[in-house]
Ligand binder design. Structure first.
Ligand code: ZN
Length: 204
C-alpha cells in the first residue's frame, strides 16, 4: 500500500545528488499532447497524461537542486516534433530528455518493461544509462529492456546529449497498474531526476 511505499522511498529533493547550482539547463519534453494523446492503454490510461505529470515532477525536483529546467509543453497542447527540438537547440540546453510511455502492438497485457534510447555519442549513451539504472530500480518486476540506440526525431535532431525514456507500457498489466498511480509517477520522476543529476555530476 501507499504507506509502506512512502516509508521505504523518499521523494524529497533533498535526498537527490547535488550539482553546482545555476550551472545547468535541461529541457524536458513530455511526449505527445493535445489532440495526440499518444498510446492509450488499459482502462483508458493515456500516455500524454502520464508523461506530463511525470515531467512536471522532474522539473520541480531538478529546480530544487538549482538546475534550470524548461518543459517543451506545460499542458495539453498539440506540439509538433520540430518545435520541441528548436526549443532545445535555440536556447542552448545542456541536455534534452523526452519522456514517453510505451504500447505494444496488439495491446498485449503481458508485455511490460522500461527502456531508454539515445541517438549517438558517449554522452547521450551515458545519460541514457544513468536514467535507465534509476527507473528500473523503482519498477521491480518490470523487465529491463535496456539502453539502446534509436533514431527518433527528437533525439536525432537535437544538438546536445539527448535521450528518449519509455517509462513502461500503458498496455501492460503490470506497468499500467503502476503508471495510473500518482505515487508511482512521482517515484519514476524522482528516478529520472536522479539519473540526470548523476550524469551532470559526472560530465558537468
Ligand atoms: Zn510516445
Amino acid at each position: 500500500n501507499n504507506f509502506s511505499n512512502l516509508r521505504t522511498f523518499n521523494i524529497d529533493a533533498s535526498s537527490l545528488p547535488n550539482v553546482k547550482r545555476n550551472k545547468f539547463y535541461v529541457v524536458i519534453d513530455p511526449g505527445h499532447g493535445g489532440i495526440d494523446a499518444g498510446a492509450i492503454g488499459i482502462r483508458g490510461l493515456r500516455e500524454t497524461d502520464v508523461v506530463l505529470d511525470v515531467s512536471k515532477t522532474v522539473q520541480r525536483l531538478l529546480s530544487k537542486k538549482g538546475v534550470n529546467v524548461r518543459l517543451t509543453r506545460k499542458g495539453e497542447i498539440d506540439l509538433d516534433l520540430s518545435p520541441r527540438v528548436t526549443i532545445a537547440n535555440r536556447t542552448g540546453a545542456d541536455i534534452f530528455v523526452s519522456i514517453h510511455a510505451n504500447a505494444s502492438r496488439g495491446k498485449k497485457k503481458d508485455i511490460n518493461g522500461l527502456e531508454t534510447f539515445y541517438y549517438s555519442g558517449w554522452r547521450g549513451k551515458l545519460l541514457a544509462e544513468k536514467i535507465q539504472q534509476e527507473i528500473i530500480r523503482v519498477s521491480p518486476g518490470s523487465p529491463d529492456r535496456g539502453v539502446r540506440s534509436g533514431r527518433y526525431f527528437v533525439i536525432r535532431k537535437t544538438n546536445m546529449p539527448a535521450v528518449l525514456v519509455e517509462i513502461g507500457f500503458v498496455t501492460g498489466k503490470l506497468d499500467a497498474r503502476r503508471l495510473e498511480k500518482p505515487l508511482h509517477r512521482k517515484r519514476v520522476a524522482y528516478a529520472i531526476a536522479k539519473g540526470i543529476l548523476k550524469y551532470l555530476q559526472r560530465v558537468g
